[in-house]
Design a protein around this ligand. Structure first.
Ligand code: NI
Length: 155
């Protein structure tokens, strides 16, 4: 595994709509592992492929020591709304309040080619919504309120 360079706000790769993963091969699995290692090294809880310069629909999140590799994820259900502080590995030291659905269901393909749908709430739901925005070319700073510099929470 390898720690990859994290692209930061202003890089055009973070502004494009990412393409579907067509084939889950060795290259994709290695990318997911490298993304995870890069995320852990930065103490993040989520990372999207465009953040390491690859504009495809792949995300890794790890909340409460459970890692999810989400390939071609789609949110199929949203419920409620909650505002909380967020940060982003691509926007170092910037934090702000973002309104997100409180509870979601997300459908995705696993690295073992299985179709899966999970329910998420709390930090996991927030993190997945944040990462899926990356796949559409959006950063949390576009929608955050009360943006500040400092160290509160990393995502
Ligand atoms: Ni982010």
């Amino acid at each position: 595994m390898a720690i990859l360079e994290i692209k930061t706000a202003g890089d055009p790769v973070l502004k494009q709509r990412c393409t579907e993963v067509e084939k889950i091969d060795k290259r994709i699995k290695r990318l997911l592992d490298d993304m995870a290692e890069t995320m852990y090294a930065s103490e993040g809880v989520g990372i999207a492929a465009p953040q390491v310069g690859v504009p495809i629909r792949a995300v890794v999140v790890d909340v409460d020591k459970k890692r999810y590799d989400l390939i071609n994820p789609v949110i199929t259900y949203r419920e409620g709304s909650v505002v909380d502080s967020e940060g982003c590995l691509s926007c170092p030291n910037l934090y702000g309040d973002v309104e997100r659905a409180e509870k979601i269901r997300v459908k995705y393909t696993t690295r073992f080619h299985k179709e899966k749908e999970i329910e998420a709430e709390g930090l996991l739901a927030r993190c997945i919504q944040h990462e899926l925005d990356h796949l559409e070319g959006h950063l949390f700073i576009e929608i955050a309120q009360n943006l500040t510099r400092g160290k509160i929470k990393r995502e």
